[in-house]
Design a protein around this ligand. Sequence first.
Ligand code: IMP
Ligand code: MG
Length: 184
Amino acid sequence: MKKIKLHDKEFRLLIEASAIDLAVTGLAQRLNHDLQDEQPLFLSVLNGSFMFTSDLLKKITIPGTEISFIKIASYAGTCSTGTVRELIGFHKNIEGRTIVILEDMIDSGKSMAYLLDLLKARNPKKIYVATMFYKPKALVCKIPVDYYALSLENDFVVGHGLDYDDLGRNLPDLYILDNRENKA
Ligand code: IMP
Ligand code: MG
């Protein structure tokens, strides 16, 4: 069994890169079919989505496809606002555009709920959510998950863009936190 160590934690292989590629190819085919007349603007959420974006967009054949990258800053707000989030350096006019948000992972859905609110305020025609990984049992916010490549159980994973304290993003395969090793 393939294992890796990142910081203090052990992880074991969960999904090989070839299986992720296959699922992402299937997702690209669905998008190519559904959005062929839409001239979509893909918005890749950094940092985690860089590998998914590269894998997916090589397989998108829709005429007029555009790609932009967005980053969200989160910081503690006041008591009444809770966590405050804002888009960093994203000034593109998206009014009337068909947007496809590309996320690495939808877990609780809170990040996506915030992002949808921020983008809706800019009056796009339609926003689709596409994520590489999705943990349906962890979802607490009511958000549309229009497209996903693979669904996962409610476990912590790293690799293929996802990190554990900044490590592991470059790993092609997906690894799961190995609870047996990390208990003790
Ligand atoms: P959410 O707001 O709870 O849906 O969390 C979404 C973000 O948390 C994702 O975009 C990831 O960056 C991060 N995240 C959620 N689950 C994991 C995981 O299992 N491993 C690494 N990062 C995760
Ligand atoms: Mg993320």
